[in-house]
Design a protein around this ligand. Structure first.
Ligand SMILES: Cc1cc2nc3c(=O)[nH]c(=O)nc-3n(C[C@H](O)[C@H](O)[C@H](O)COP(=O)(O)OP(=O)(O)OC[C@H]3O[C@@H](n4cnc5c(N)ncnc54)[C@H](O)[C@@H]3O)c2cc1C
Length: 659
């Protein structure tokens, strides 16, 4: 039977959400359905973070998530192609590289900036609605400050150092926020006096950030002004040329940098499709996100025109995801019906927006979510949490961790909500000595146990003393340990007599094979925690000798691994686990905390410097990244990899979906 072909055009917020939902909900029919996502780019671009690239807070890699990463473990074919047009009658997308037939389609091609036909804007302003735009702005700003450093004429210098962001919506304010943070850094770098810099945010309406209530809006204005930004409202720009712009009241502002963020419309591509128009180049849809023209054509995201409560749905991420969900559900319903399977009728679109969070640089934000207005640290923390949640939804733990790293842990120039507190990175070789030392300590422990007969005593008496006796032994050990502690303070010789006291006390318990576990004395805890006792009675009791072997061999293994710097991270995790067990079993003194602390440090991969991991880890990483379940659960490292067979299968599929 021929497969049903579903095509999602566009891998932005709407497209990715739709494709993932389709793959998840049609999982059962994977042999009868083929889902294909087509985008001109290789990456899903995190548009909501573009201002951070433009303002040099994060690098461009941080706002790109490859489709490979998102869909490597999912039943979604990804095709990189620029779609030129769609023949809705023949049900074919015409791309630059090939043609793609479909049975059902979701068009999610996003939006583009618009200049509202104001003279001179298109030719002289920068726009911010793509990754390329943001990189262009970044280079221009850096270059402008660098060039200004060579200008001696004060008037010329001042003009050169006048930066204007037009638009007081979230894009304009967020970009202004980045610039107010970055420009002082740049000035310092190029020896320019920051007093010569003018940064302006110009808005045609009476207020900026009109989607926010008055309180957070005022806080945003106050913060920007405090940082030296000139916020000009009621200032309509009527034209621009390469050296200046003119406001409606006749004011001329001399500048070489005008960044235009005043408005967006549907893409030209979408506009030219033979579908009923809405307004501003967006296409009309019904409440199921379906085009009125065709039963099998859906639209989602910024390109959709739909009135809800007399207002068009906004061009924001939540709207993109929610329209995508309705569109995907429509297709799922149709397909299930065609397959003769019971299907839940689709709920018509009803927005459920939670609010807005607007960052003004990396350290300050204002927000209004779920009826609560916040500003400063809390608003910023909330924005990060929401973004992290988004990334976790797109590519699991991998996405959330990536976000945490590029937004907070690895941030440059202290531009995060915790400043640069976590971003300093010492070189791995500083840890080599510590790693080897920890390894030696474990090796000594392990060898000590071997000498004590842990490998040869098959009764398992070194780790398990039997339930009824265990308590008595515990008491005995703890009183003996107290004796050790008291005696140890007197003199070194008395330690040995205290040890005899331990042995004597234990003997008094009268059990045959009992020996105390010689670990670190005196123990940090007086008695084992319930978890340890439970594990001892329910797990260790089943095979004490096996546990004895595991402990001994683990100690030796951890020791050797750390010394060699081989498999350092897993060895450190085992080291941490074992130390924890000794701690909660009241088997270890306070030294165990040292073991634990150093183990945590080693998890970061200290074996890559002066260790065998330098050669081994890249190989492991590559192999691990090819495993299907690592891809499915998003637990691969960096980018997923493919075996030759997997690659051939993917290529064959991609051939299948073209005409
Ligand atoms: C700087 C900035 C800050 C923002 N901040 C926020 C914010 O804080 N909160 C918020 O909710 N929203 C914010 N937004 C808006 C938000 O990014 C958009 O609403 C969202 O991206 C819309 O998603 P989408 O899927 O409709 O379109 P997009 O994310 O733009 O995706 C469209 C995709 O379609 C592809 N495509 C288009 N045409 C073709 C073609 N012909 N062939 C192949 N592929 C094609 C594109 O390559 C792209 O991948 C911000 C936007 C910017 C620029």
């Amino acid at each position: 039977m021929d497969k049903k072909r579903i095509v999602v055009l566009g891998g932005g917020y709407a497209g990715v959400h739709a494709a993932k939902r389709l793959a998840k909900k049609l999982k059962k029919f994977r042999d009868r359905v083929e889902i294909t996502l087509i985008d001109r780019n290789k990456h899903h671009i995190l548009m909501t973070e573009l201002h951070e690239v433009a303002g040099n807070r994060v690098d461009e890699e941080s706002v790109k998530i490859s489709f490979e990463r998102i869909f490597a473990g999912k039943r979604v074919n990804v095709v990189r192609d620029e779609i030129k047009t769609i023949d809705f009658k023949k049900q074919i997308l015409e791309g630059a590289k090939a043609s793609y037939p479909y049975d059902q389609i979701i068009i999610a091609s996003g939006a583009e900036s618009t200049d509202f036909n104001i003279p001179g804007i298109k030719e002289n302003a920068f726009f911010l609605w793509s990754l390329q735009d943001s990189i262009r702005i970044k280079h221009h700003i850096r270059e402008t400050v660098r060039e200004a450093s060579y200008i001696s004429d004060p008037v010329e210098k001042k003009e050169k150092l006048t930066f204007v962001v037009a638009g007081g919506g979230f894009t304009g304010v967020e970009l202004t926020g980045e610039l107010l943070e970055w420009l002082p850094i740049l000035c310092k770098q190029f020896g320019v006096d920051y007093k010569d810099v003018t940064l302006m945010n110009i808005e045609a309406l009476a207020n900026i950030l009109t989607m926010l209530p008055e309180k957070p809006r005022n806080k945003a204005v106050a913060y920007m002004k405090k940082k030296g930004v000139i916020v000009r409202t009621n200032s309509l720009i009527v034209n621009a040329n390469e050296d200046s712009l003119t406001l409606k009241d006749g004011t001329v502002i001399k500048t070489k940098t005008l960044i235009w963020t005043c408005g967006i419309r549907g893409t030209k591509f979408c506009h030219e499709l033979d579908l009923t128009d809405g307004r501003v180049q967006r296409k009309q849809v019904d409440q199921f996100m379906k085009s009125p023209d065709y039963e099998n054509v859906y639209l989602a995201g910024d390109g959709v025109w739909f009135m809800e409560n007399n207002r068009p749905i906004p061009q924001i991420v939540e709207a993109a995801e929610q329209t995508a969900a309705v569109a995907a559900d429509g297709i799922i319903y149709t397909i299930k019906k065609e397959f003769g399977v019971d299907a839940k009728p689709v709920e018509p679109f009803k927005s459920n927006f939670h609010g807005y969070m607007v960052s003004i640089g990396g350290r300050y934000a204002v927000s209004h979510t779920a009826g609560i207005s916040l500003s400063g640290f809390l608003a910023m923390a909330m924005k990060h949490l929401v973004n992290m949640y988004y990334q976790a939804g797109v590519c699991g733990i991998n996405g959330a961790w990536g976000y945490l790293k590029h937004e907070i842990l690895n941030i440059k120039e202290r531009r995060s909500l915790i400043g640069g507190f976590a971003s300093y990175k010492p070189q791995g070789y500083w840890f080599a000595f510590l790693r080897i030392y920890l390894g030696i300590m474990w090796l000594i422990e392990g060898i000590g146990k071997i000498k004590e007969g842990w490998l040869t005593d098959t009764t398992g008496s070194k780790v398990y003393w039997g339930s009824p006796v265990a308590n008595a032994v515990g008491d005995a050990v703890s009183s003996a340990s107290t004796a050790v502690a008291e005696t140890a303070t007197k003199a070194v010789e008395t330690v040995s007599s205290a040890s005899y006291a331990v042995a004597d006390t234990v003997n008094q318990v009268g059990t045959a094979a009992v020996e105390t576990v010689k670990q670190f004395a005196p123990p940090l805890l007086k008695e084992p925690l319930a978890l340890f006792t439970w594990m001892n009675d329910n797990l260790v009791a089943l095979a004490p000798y096996l546990f004895q072997l595991i402990i001994t061999l683990s100690e030796v293994g951890i020791g050797l691994a750390l010394i060699a710097g081989l498999f350092t991270a897993p060895a450190a995790v085992v080291s941490l686990g074992l130390s924890f067990m000794f701690l909660i079993g009241a088997l270890a003194g306070k030294e165990i905390l040292w073991y634990m602390a150093v183990s945590i440090v080693m998890i970061g991969g200290a074996g890559r410097a002066f260790g065998l991991d330098y050669w081994v880890m890249p190989w492991i990483k590559k192999t691990w990244n090819k495993i299907p379940f690592a891809k499915k659960l998003y637990i691969f490292m960096d980018e997923p990899e493919f075996t030759r067979k997997q690659m051939e299968r993917r290529l064959a599929k991609n051939k299948d979906i073209t005409t």
